[in-house]
Design a protein around this ligand. Structure first.
Ligand code: GRF
Length: 216
């Protein structure tokens, strides 16, 4: 019997792309249910593009500064994703707000990773926000993308303890380690059909990991 077709994934980045590299590494496993077929950035200078190219993955830059408005950029992005026959989009440090229309057309087919335990600490400077709030647990979240920023059905989270002497950089250093573990695990769950959207929530199949990762 022929092997099942793998989910075709595009990873969208704006910067160094370390989450993207973690996804590429995981996808090397022949048993992984997704293949990364495109790495795309809105910033031609993003360091992650060179890292993807060095790994032999097709890359593309669509410079948002070349477009008069968000709709124009999103239309170009959409065209590139469709041309590559993408099934699922993974935002990984992609620092552009997407239009409602674009998000709607990829509803249920676009994931994001955010460096906090959502719904706490949306937006930027999440590690500073966590310290200011005095939380004892912090972490990261992978969720389906909806038009509202840093909202949307949560697939899985990873948590770390906040230490007395943490600063934003030390928290960032420990959270990113968890991000690089969590995102590939979530992509495997979603691409493998073991995590699926049911209305506003994500249901994970019995046999699969339960969506919570803890680290001490
Ligand atoms: C990650 O912390 C991600 O959650 C955030 O931006 C950072 C990107 O890091 N939104 P990298 O480019 O994947 O290394």
């Amino acid at each position: 019997m022929a092997a099942a077709r793998k989910t075709r994934v595009a990873v969208l980045i704006s910067g160094r792309g370390s989450n993207m590299v973690a996804l590429l590494e995981a996808a090397k496993d022949p048993a992984f249910p997704a293949e990364i077929v495109l790495v795309l950035s809105n910033r031609p200078e993003a360091a992650g593009l060179a890292r993807a190219a060095a790994a032999g993955i097709p890359t593309q830059a669509i410079d948002h500064r070349a477009f008069a408005d968000r709709a124009g950029f999103d239309a170009a992005l959409d065209a590139a994703l469709r041309a590559a026959e993408i099934d699922l989009v993974c935002l990984a440090g992609f620092m552009r707000i997407l239009t409602t229309e674009f998000v709607a057309s990829w509803a249920g087919r676009m994931l994001n990773i955010h460096p906090s335990l959502l719904p706490l600490f949306k937006g930027t400077h999440t590690h500073r926000q966590a310290l200011d709030a005095g939380v004892r647990l912090h972490g990261c979240t992978v969720h389906f993308v909806v038009p509202e920023l840093d909202a949307g059905p949560i697939v899985a989270q990873a948590a770390i303890p906040v230490r007395q002497d943490d600063d934003p950089d030390s928290l960032a250093d420990r959270v990113i380690v968890q991000e690089r573990r969590l995102y590939p695990a979530v992509l495997a769950l979603v691409a493998g059909g073991r995590a699926r959207l049911e209305g506003e929530r994500v249901v994970i199949a019995d046999a699969a990991p339960d969506g919570a990762l803890f680290s001490v």
